[in-house]
Design a binder for this molecule. Sequence first.
Ligand code: LLP
Length: 428
Amino acid sequence: MTRTFVYQQGELSVGGVRLEALAQRFGTPLYVYDFDAVHTALDGYTRALGAAPHLICAAVKANGNLALLAQMAAWGSGFDVVSGGELERVLRAGARADRVVFSGVGKTAAEMDAALRAGILMFNVESEPELELLAARAARLRRPARYGIRVNPNIPAATHPHIATGLRQHKFGVEAATARRLYGAYRSRWLEPVGISCHIGSQILETAPFERAAERLARLALEVEAATGAHLRLVDVGGGLGISYQSGQRPPSLAAYAAAVRRGLRALFPRGGGRERRLIVEPGRRLVAAAGVLLTRVLYVKENASKRFVITDAGFNDLIRPSLYGAHHEIVPLRRRRGATAPADIVGPICESGDTFAHGRALAPVEAGDGLAILDAGAYGFVLSSNYNARPRPAEVAIAGGRARLIRQRETLDKMLQAELVGVRGGK
Ligand code: LLP
Protein backbone atom coordinates (compact mmCIF):
# COMPACT_ATOMS: atom_id res chain seq x y z
CA MET A 1 0.00 0.00 0.00
CA THR A 2 1.25 3.45 -0.75
CA ARG A 3 1.15 6.03 1.98
CA THR A 4 -1.37 8.78 1.44
CA PHE A 5 0.11 11.20 3.93
CA VAL A 6 3.60 12.35 2.94
CA TYR A 7 6.09 15.06 3.89
CA GLN A 8 6.52 17.90 1.45
CA GLN A 9 9.17 20.43 2.42
CA GLY A 10 9.07 19.15 5.98
CA GLU A 11 5.29 19.43 6.29
CA LEU A 12 2.97 16.45 6.48
CA SER A 13 0.59 16.82 3.55
CA VAL A 14 -2.15 15.03 1.69
CA GLY A 15 -3.04 15.74 -1.91
CA GLY A 16 -0.90 18.89 -1.71
CA VAL A 17 -2.79 20.16 1.36
CA ARG A 18 -0.68 20.86 4.47
CA LEU A 19 -2.14 19.25 7.57
CA GLU A 20 -0.82 21.97 9.89
CA ALA A 21 -2.90 24.45 7.90
CA LEU A 22 -5.99 22.25 8.44
CA ALA A 23 -5.26 21.97 12.16
CA GLN A 24 -5.12 25.75 12.36
CA ARG A 25 -8.21 26.30 10.25
CA PHE A 26 -10.48 23.70 11.82
CA GLY A 27 -8.90 23.21 15.24
CA THR A 28 -7.84 19.98 16.94
CA PRO A 29 -8.54 17.16 17.60
CA LEU A 30 -9.51 16.77 13.96
CA TYR A 31 -10.10 13.77 11.74
CA VAL A 32 -8.92 14.21 8.17
CA TYR A 33 -9.84 11.75 5.42
CA ASP A 34 -8.41 11.54 1.95
CA PHE A 35 -11.43 10.66 -0.19
CA ASP A 36 -9.20 10.03 -3.19
CA ALA A 37 -7.43 7.29 -1.24
CA VAL A 38 -10.78 5.66 -0.42
CA HIS A 39 -11.67 5.79 -4.11
CA THR A 40 -8.37 4.12 -4.96
CA ALA A 41 -9.00 1.40 -2.37
CA LEU A 42 -12.51 0.75 -3.73
CA ASP A 43 -11.13 0.57 -7.25
CA GLY A 44 -8.49 -1.83 -5.99
CA TYR A 45 -11.18 -4.21 -4.74
CA THR A 46 -13.12 -3.89 -7.98
CA ARG A 47 -10.03 -4.70 -10.02
CA ALA A 48 -8.98 -7.57 -7.76
CA LEU A 49 -12.43 -9.16 -7.87
CA GLY A 50 -12.34 -8.93 -11.64
CA ALA A 51 -15.06 -9.55 -14.13
CA ALA A 52 -17.08 -12.03 -12.10
CA PRO A 53 -20.29 -10.49 -10.72
CA HIS A 54 -19.62 -9.02 -7.30
CA LEU A 55 -20.76 -6.33 -4.93
CA ILE A 56 -18.61 -4.44 -2.45
CA CYS A 57 -20.65 -3.76 0.68
CA ALA A 58 -18.47 -1.38 2.68
CA ALA A 59 -18.78 -1.99 6.42
CA VAL A 60 -20.36 1.20 7.73
CA LYS A 61 -19.15 0.45 11.24
CA ALA A 62 -15.60 1.31 10.20
CA ASN A 63 -16.52 4.86 9.21
CA GLY A 64 -20.09 6.07 8.99
CA ASN A 65 -19.57 9.71 8.10
CA LEU A 66 -22.47 10.74 5.83
CA ALA A 67 -20.33 12.64 3.35
CA LEU A 68 -18.02 9.66 3.01
CA LEU A 69 -20.93 7.24 2.60
CA ALA A 70 -22.54 9.52 0.01
CA GLN A 71 -19.30 9.64 -1.93
CA MET A 72 -18.87 5.87 -1.74
CA ALA A 73 -22.48 5.35 -2.83
CA ALA A 74 -21.85 7.63 -5.81
CA TRP A 75 -18.84 5.47 -6.69
CA GLY A 76 -21.19 2.47 -6.76
CA SER A 77 -20.40 0.92 -3.39
CA GLY A 78 -22.95 -1.08 -1.48
CA PHE A 79 -22.97 -1.24 2.32
CA ASP A 80 -22.98 -3.67 5.20
CA VAL A 81 -25.01 -2.26 8.10
CA VAL A 82 -25.42 -3.65 11.60
CA SER A 83 -28.14 -1.45 13.06
CA GLY A 84 -31.18 0.62 12.18
CA GLY A 85 -29.00 3.65 12.71
CA GLU A 86 -26.47 2.52 10.13
CA LEU A 87 -29.30 1.70 7.73
CA GLU A 88 -30.65 5.22 8.19
CA ARG A 89 -27.17 6.61 7.54
CA VAL A 90 -26.72 4.84 4.23
CA LEU A 91 -30.23 5.67 3.04
CA ARG A 92 -29.70 9.34 3.88
CA ALA A 93 -26.39 9.17 2.08
CA GLY A 94 -28.30 8.14 -1.05
CA ALA A 95 -27.31 4.48 -1.15
CA ARG A 96 -29.45 2.07 -3.12
CA ALA A 97 -31.29 -0.23 -0.73
CA ASP A 98 -30.75 -3.14 -3.11
CA ARG A 99 -27.02 -2.82 -2.39
CA VAL A 100 -27.38 -3.08 1.38
CA VAL A 101 -26.85 -6.17 3.52
CA PHE A 102 -27.78 -6.23 7.20
CA SER A 103 -25.58 -8.20 9.63
CA GLY A 104 -25.59 -8.45 13.42
CA VAL A 105 -26.65 -10.84 16.17
CA GLY A 106 -29.28 -8.62 17.77
CA LYS A 107 -31.56 -7.13 15.15
CA THR A 108 -34.77 -5.77 16.68
CA ALA A 109 -38.25 -5.96 15.14
CA ALA A 110 -38.15 -2.21 14.48
CA GLU A 111 -34.81 -2.52 12.68
CA MET A 112 -36.11 -5.40 10.59
CA ASP A 113 -39.21 -3.40 9.68
CA ALA A 114 -37.12 -0.46 8.52
CA ALA A 115 -34.95 -2.72 6.39
CA LEU A 116 -37.96 -4.57 4.96
CA ARG A 117 -39.63 -1.28 4.05
CA ALA A 118 -36.43 -0.04 2.43
CA GLY A 119 -36.16 -3.30 0.46
CA ILE A 120 -32.59 -4.26 1.28
CA LEU A 121 -30.71 -6.90 -0.67
CA MET A 122 -30.21 -9.42 2.13
CA PHE A 123 -30.48 -10.00 5.87
CA ASN A 124 -27.56 -12.00 7.23
CA VAL A 125 -29.47 -14.00 9.83
CA GLU A 126 -27.50 -15.13 12.85
CA SER A 127 -29.90 -17.36 14.85
CA GLU A 128 -33.07 -19.40 14.69
CA PRO A 129 -35.18 -16.99 16.77
CA GLU A 130 -34.01 -14.15 14.55
CA LEU A 131 -35.20 -16.03 11.46
CA GLU A 132 -38.51 -16.69 13.15
CA LEU A 133 -38.96 -13.01 13.96
CA LEU A 134 -37.91 -11.99 10.46
CA ALA A 135 -40.53 -14.33 9.00
CA ALA A 136 -43.19 -12.81 11.24
CA ARG A 137 -42.25 -9.21 10.44
CA ALA A 138 -42.09 -9.89 6.70
CA ALA A 139 -45.52 -11.55 6.72
CA ARG A 140 -46.97 -8.71 8.73
CA LEU A 141 -45.58 -6.01 6.43
CA ARG A 142 -46.21 -8.16 3.36
CA ARG A 143 -42.67 -7.49 2.18
CA PRO A 144 -40.23 -10.11 0.98
CA ALA A 145 -37.37 -10.83 3.36
CA ARG A 146 -34.38 -11.97 1.34
CA TYR A 147 -32.01 -13.70 3.69
CA GLY A 148 -28.85 -15.70 4.03
CA ILE A 149 -27.69 -17.53 7.09
CA ARG A 150 -24.46 -16.30 8.62
CA VAL A 151 -22.40 -19.35 9.21
CA ASN A 152 -19.73 -19.57 11.85
CA PRO A 153 -17.06 -21.51 9.97
CA ASN A 154 -15.04 -22.27 13.12
CA ILE A 155 -11.81 -21.06 11.55
CA PRO A 156 -9.13 -19.53 13.74
CA ALA A 157 -7.52 -16.37 12.42
CA ALA A 158 -4.67 -14.69 14.25
CA THR A 159 -5.90 -11.33 15.46
CA HIS A 160 -6.78 -9.52 18.68
CA PRO A 161 -9.27 -11.59 20.72
CA HIS A 162 -11.80 -8.73 20.77
CA ILE A 163 -12.09 -8.74 17.00
CA ALA A 164 -11.92 -12.46 16.23
CA THR A 165 -15.36 -13.71 15.30
CA GLY A 166 -15.12 -16.97 13.42
CA LEU A 167 -14.83 -19.53 16.21
CA ARG A 168 -17.49 -21.56 17.96
CA GLN A 169 -16.83 -19.69 21.19
CA HIS A 170 -17.92 -16.44 19.53
CA LYS A 171 -21.47 -15.19 19.48
CA PHE A 172 -21.61 -14.77 15.71
CA GLY A 173 -23.42 -16.86 13.16
CA VAL A 174 -24.63 -20.45 13.53
CA GLU A 175 -22.92 -23.80 13.07
CA ALA A 176 -23.14 -25.56 9.75
CA ALA A 177 -25.61 -28.14 11.06
CA THR A 178 -27.95 -25.44 12.33
CA ALA A 179 -27.65 -23.54 9.06
CA ARG A 180 -28.62 -26.66 7.11
CA ARG A 181 -31.68 -27.10 9.25
CA LEU A 182 -32.74 -23.44 9.17
CA TYR A 183 -32.77 -23.21 5.38
CA GLY A 184 -35.13 -26.15 5.32
CA ALA A 185 -37.25 -25.33 8.33
CA TYR A 186 -38.77 -21.95 7.64
CA ARG A 187 -40.84 -21.68 4.55
CA SER A 188 -43.14 -18.80 3.91
CA ARG A 189 -44.00 -16.84 0.82
CA TRP A 190 -42.38 -13.79 2.43
CA LEU A 191 -39.11 -15.46 3.32
CA GLU A 192 -36.64 -15.96 0.48
CA PRO A 193 -33.39 -17.83 1.06
CA VAL A 194 -31.11 -16.05 -1.39
CA GLY A 195 -27.63 -16.27 0.07
CA ILE A 196 -25.15 -17.36 2.65
CA SER A 197 -22.53 -15.44 4.58
CA CYS A 198 -19.64 -15.54 7.00
CA HIS A 199 -17.14 -13.15 8.57
CA ILE A 200 -14.18 -14.56 10.43
CA GLY A 201 -12.63 -11.55 12.13
CA SER A 202 -10.78 -8.34 11.51
CA GLN A 203 -7.20 -7.15 10.89
CA ILE A 204 -6.30 -10.55 9.44
CA LEU A 205 -2.88 -10.55 7.79
CA GLU A 206 -2.87 -13.89 5.97
CA THR A 207 -4.99 -15.31 3.18
CA ALA A 208 -5.29 -18.93 4.33
CA PRO A 209 -8.16 -18.42 6.82
CA PHE A 210 -10.21 -16.60 4.18
CA GLU A 211 -9.70 -19.48 1.76
CA ARG A 212 -10.65 -22.11 4.31
CA ALA A 213 -13.75 -20.20 5.42
CA ALA A 214 -14.79 -19.74 1.80
CA GLU A 215 -14.35 -23.46 1.17
CA ARG A 216 -16.62 -24.34 4.06
CA LEU A 217 -19.16 -21.80 2.92
CA ALA A 218 -19.15 -23.22 -0.59
CA ARG A 219 -19.55 -26.81 0.56
CA LEU A 220 -22.42 -25.89 2.83
CA ALA A 221 -24.15 -23.80 0.17
CA LEU A 222 -24.11 -26.71 -2.28
CA GLU A 223 -25.48 -29.09 0.36
CA VAL A 224 -28.28 -26.68 1.22
CA GLU A 225 -29.15 -26.19 -2.42
CA ALA A 226 -29.27 -29.93 -3.00
CA ALA A 227 -31.40 -30.53 0.09
CA THR A 228 -33.86 -27.65 -0.22
CA GLY A 229 -33.90 -26.57 -3.84
CA ALA A 230 -33.00 -23.02 -2.81
CA HIS A 231 -30.71 -20.99 -5.03
CA LEU A 232 -28.12 -19.24 -2.85
CA ARG A 233 -27.06 -16.65 -5.37
CA LEU A 234 -25.46 -14.17 -2.97
CA VAL A 235 -22.24 -15.46 -1.48
CA ASP A 236 -21.00 -13.08 1.20
CA VAL A 237 -17.51 -13.72 2.57
CA GLY A 238 -17.50 -10.76 4.98
CA GLY A 239 -14.61 -8.37 5.57
CA GLY A 240 -11.55 -8.63 7.73
CA LEU A 241 -8.52 -8.00 5.54
CA GLY A 242 -5.86 -6.22 7.56
CA ILE A 243 -3.59 -3.27 6.93
CA SER A 244 -0.06 -2.43 7.99
CA TYR A 245 -0.22 -0.31 11.15
CA GLN A 246 3.50 -0.73 11.81
CA SER A 247 6.57 -1.83 9.97
CA GLY A 248 6.85 -5.57 9.84
CA GLN A 249 3.14 -6.13 9.25
CA ARG A 250 2.73 -7.43 5.73
CA PRO A 251 -0.91 -7.49 4.72
CA PRO A 252 -1.80 -9.56 1.66
CA SER A 253 -2.40 -7.67 -1.56
CA LEU A 254 -5.99 -7.34 -2.72
CA ALA A 255 -5.11 -9.61 -5.63
CA ALA A 256 -3.83 -12.32 -3.27
CA TYR A 257 -6.90 -11.96 -1.08
CA ALA A 258 -9.27 -12.17 -4.04
CA ALA A 259 -7.42 -15.19 -5.42
CA ALA A 260 -7.70 -16.97 -2.06
CA VAL A 261 -11.42 -16.30 -1.85
CA ARG A 262 -11.90 -17.44 -5.43
CA ARG A 263 -10.00 -20.66 -4.75
CA GLY A 264 -12.12 -21.30 -1.68
CA LEU A 265 -15.33 -20.70 -3.61
CA ARG A 266 -14.34 -22.71 -6.69
CA ALA A 267 -17.17 -25.17 -6.21
CA LEU A 268 -19.73 -22.37 -6.32
CA PHE A 269 -18.14 -20.42 -9.15
CA PRO A 270 -16.80 -23.13 -11.47
CA ARG A 271 -14.77 -21.98 -14.44
CA GLY A 272 -16.89 -21.30 -17.47
CA GLY A 273 -20.31 -21.30 -15.90
CA GLY A 274 -22.27 -22.77 -13.04
CA ARG A 275 -25.34 -21.15 -11.59
CA GLU A 276 -25.72 -17.43 -11.62
CA ARG A 277 -24.22 -16.03 -8.43
CA ARG A 278 -22.76 -12.86 -7.03
CA LEU A 279 -19.85 -12.59 -4.64
CA ILE A 280 -20.24 -10.06 -1.82
CA VAL A 281 -17.36 -8.69 0.26
CA GLU A 282 -17.74 -6.46 3.30
CA PRO A 283 -14.44 -4.60 3.70
CA GLY A 284 -14.19 -1.92 6.34
CA ARG A 285 -10.69 -1.25 7.57
CA ARG A 286 -8.95 -1.92 4.25
CA LEU A 287 -11.03 0.75 2.50
CA VAL A 288 -10.70 3.59 4.96
CA ALA A 289 -8.09 3.07 7.70
CA ALA A 290 -5.04 4.37 5.86
CA ALA A 291 -7.09 7.18 4.32
CA GLY A 292 -7.61 8.88 7.67
CA VAL A 293 -5.54 10.59 10.35
CA LEU A 294 -6.35 12.15 13.68
CA LEU A 295 -4.66 15.51 14.15
CA THR A 296 -3.89 16.62 17.66
CA ARG A 297 -1.83 19.32 19.31
CA VAL A 298 0.75 18.93 22.04
CA LEU A 299 -0.52 20.72 25.14
CA TYR A 300 2.43 20.06 27.44
CA VAL A 301 5.61 18.07 27.64
CA LYS A 302 6.58 16.87 31.10
CA GLU A 303 9.35 14.70 32.36
CA ASN A 304 9.91 12.81 35.54
CA ALA A 305 12.87 10.75 36.67
CA SER A 306 12.06 7.91 34.32
CA LYS A 307 9.77 9.17 31.58
CA ARG A 308 8.91 11.88 29.16
CA PHE A 309 5.19 12.47 28.63
CA VAL A 310 3.85 14.24 25.58
CA ILE A 311 0.34 15.34 26.50
CA THR A 312 -2.01 15.86 23.56
CA ASP A 313 -5.41 17.48 23.21
CA ALA A 314 -6.84 14.22 21.80
CA GLY A 315 -7.79 11.46 24.21
CA PHE A 316 -9.18 7.97 24.09
CA ASN A 317 -12.64 9.42 23.76
CA ASP A 318 -11.49 10.54 20.27
CA LEU A 319 -9.57 7.38 19.29
CA ILE A 320 -9.91 4.36 21.53
CA ARG A 321 -8.05 1.69 19.56
CA PRO A 322 -4.72 1.94 21.46
CA SER A 323 -6.48 1.82 24.85
CA LEU A 324 -9.05 -0.83 23.94
CA TYR A 325 -7.00 -3.23 21.82
CA GLY A 326 -3.43 -2.22 22.61
CA ALA A 327 -3.37 -1.19 18.96
CA HIS A 328 -0.30 0.42 17.44
CA HIS A 329 -0.75 3.65 15.48
CA GLU A 330 2.21 5.53 14.06
CA ILE A 331 2.37 9.09 15.39
CA VAL A 332 4.30 11.72 13.48
CA PRO A 333 4.81 15.48 13.72
CA LEU A 334 2.97 17.74 11.30
CA ARG A 335 6.17 19.78 10.93
CA ARG A 336 9.54 18.19 11.13
CA ARG A 337 12.02 19.65 13.57
CA ARG A 338 15.73 19.00 13.55
CA GLY A 339 17.10 16.79 16.27
CA ALA A 340 17.26 13.25 17.49
CA THR A 341 14.27 11.12 18.32
CA ALA A 342 13.71 10.30 21.97
CA PRO A 343 11.31 7.94 23.67
CA ALA A 344 8.04 9.40 24.95
CA ASP A 345 4.70 8.25 26.25
CA ILE A 346 2.14 10.02 24.13
CA VAL A 347 -0.89 10.49 26.32
CA GLY A 348 -4.24 12.24 26.26
CA PRO A 349 -5.87 14.49 28.84
CA ILE A 350 -8.38 11.94 30.15
CA CYS A 351 -8.23 11.00 33.80
CA GLU A 352 -7.23 7.38 33.31
CA SER A 353 -3.79 5.85 32.85
CA GLY A 354 -5.20 3.89 29.93
CA ASP A 355 -5.48 7.14 28.00
CA THR A 356 -2.19 6.48 26.25
CA PHE A 357 -1.68 6.47 22.49
CA ALA A 358 1.86 5.08 22.68
CA HIS A 359 4.28 3.88 25.35
CA GLY A 360 7.99 4.62 25.08
CA ARG A 361 7.66 5.58 21.44
CA ALA A 362 10.66 7.01 19.62
CA LEU A 363 9.36 10.44 18.74
CA ALA A 364 10.96 13.21 16.76
CA PRO A 365 11.57 16.37 18.81
CA VAL A 366 8.31 18.04 19.84
CA GLU A 367 7.35 21.05 21.88
CA ALA A 368 4.10 22.32 23.31
CA GLY A 369 1.99 23.72 20.51
CA ASP A 370 3.28 21.30 17.88
CA GLY A 371 0.80 19.34 15.81
CA LEU A 372 0.91 15.55 15.59
CA ALA A 373 -0.85 13.12 13.30
CA ILE A 374 -2.01 9.74 14.52
CA LEU A 375 -1.94 7.66 11.35
CA ASP A 376 -4.28 4.97 10.04
CA ALA A 377 -7.19 6.37 12.01
CA GLY A 378 -9.78 6.36 9.20
CA ALA A 379 -11.35 3.08 10.37
CA TYR A 380 -12.80 2.52 13.84
CA GLY A 381 -11.71 6.01 14.81
CA PHE A 382 -14.46 8.61 14.95
CA VAL A 383 -17.17 5.92 15.04
CA LEU A 384 -15.87 4.69 18.38
CA SER A 385 -15.54 8.18 19.86
CA SER A 386 -17.46 9.20 22.94
CA ASN A 387 -18.14 12.12 25.24
CA TYR A 388 -16.19 10.64 28.14
CA ASN A 389 -14.92 13.31 30.53
CA ALA A 390 -17.58 15.54 28.93
CA ARG A 391 -15.38 16.06 25.90
CA PRO A 392 -17.19 17.15 22.74
CA ARG A 393 -16.49 15.01 19.72
CA PRO A 394 -13.97 16.17 17.10
CA ALA A 395 -14.65 17.65 13.67
CA GLU A 396 -14.08 15.76 10.42
CA VAL A 397 -12.60 17.10 7.19
CA ALA A 398 -12.47 15.55 3.73
CA ILE A 399 -9.72 16.11 1.21
CA ALA A 400 -10.66 15.53 -2.41
CA GLY A 401 -8.93 16.79 -5.51
CA GLY A 402 -6.56 18.89 -3.42
CA ARG A 403 -9.35 20.72 -1.58
CA ALA A 404 -10.42 20.51 2.06
CA ARG A 405 -14.07 20.46 3.12
CA LEU A 406 -15.60 20.29 6.59
CA ILE A 407 -17.84 17.21 6.68
CA ARG A 408 -18.72 17.21 10.34
CA GLN A 409 -18.78 20.19 12.64
CA ARG A 410 -16.97 19.98 15.91
CA GLU A 411 -19.53 19.16 18.57
CA THR A 412 -20.37 22.17 20.73
CA LEU A 413 -20.95 21.98 24.47
CA ASP A 414 -24.58 22.95 23.83
CA LYS A 415 -25.08 20.11 21.33
CA MET A 416 -23.37 17.68 23.65
CA LEU A 417 -25.69 18.56 26.54
CA GLN A 418 -28.94 19.18 24.72
CA ALA A 419 -30.52 15.76 25.18
CA GLU A 420 -30.27 15.86 28.94
CA LEU A 421 -33.27 16.81 31.07
CA VAL A 422 -32.32 18.38 34.34
CA GLY A 423 -35.67 18.85 36.05
CA VAL A 424 -34.38 19.93 39.43
CA ARG A 425 -37.03 21.77 41.42
CA GLY A 426 -36.28 24.57 43.89
CA GLY A 427 -34.84 23.22 47.15
CA LYS A 428 -36.84 25.27 49.65
N1 LLP B 1 -18.61 -7.55 8.24
C1 LLP B 1 -18.95 -7.86 9.49
C2 LLP B 1 -20.12 -8.72 9.72
C3 LLP B 1 -18.19 -7.39 10.57
O1 LLP B 1 -18.52 -7.70 11.82
C4 LLP B 1 -17.06 -6.54 10.32
C5 LLP B 1 -16.26 -6.00 11.42
C6 LLP B 1 -16.76 -6.23 8.97
C7 LLP B 1 -17.55 -6.76 7.97
C8 LLP B 1 -15.62 -5.35 8.58
O2 LLP B 1 -14.42 -5.86 9.00
P1 LLP B 1 -13.05 -5.17 8.54
O3 LLP B 1 -12.93 -5.34 7.05
O4 LLP B 1 -13.10 -3.75 8.90
O5 LLP B 1 -12.01 -5.91 9.28
N2 LLP B 1 -13.21 -1.99 16.26
C9 LLP B 1 -12.24 -2.98 15.85
C10 LLP B 1 -12.71 -3.76 14.65
C11 LLP B 1 -14.04 -4.43 14.84
C12 LLP B 1 -14.50 -5.19 13.63
C13 LLP B 1 -15.89 -5.68 13.80
N3 LLP B 1 -16.47 -6.28 12.64
C14 LLP B 1 -10.90 -2.30 15.61
O6 LLP B 1 -10.80 -1.10 15.79
O7 LLP B 1 -9.93 -2.97 15.25
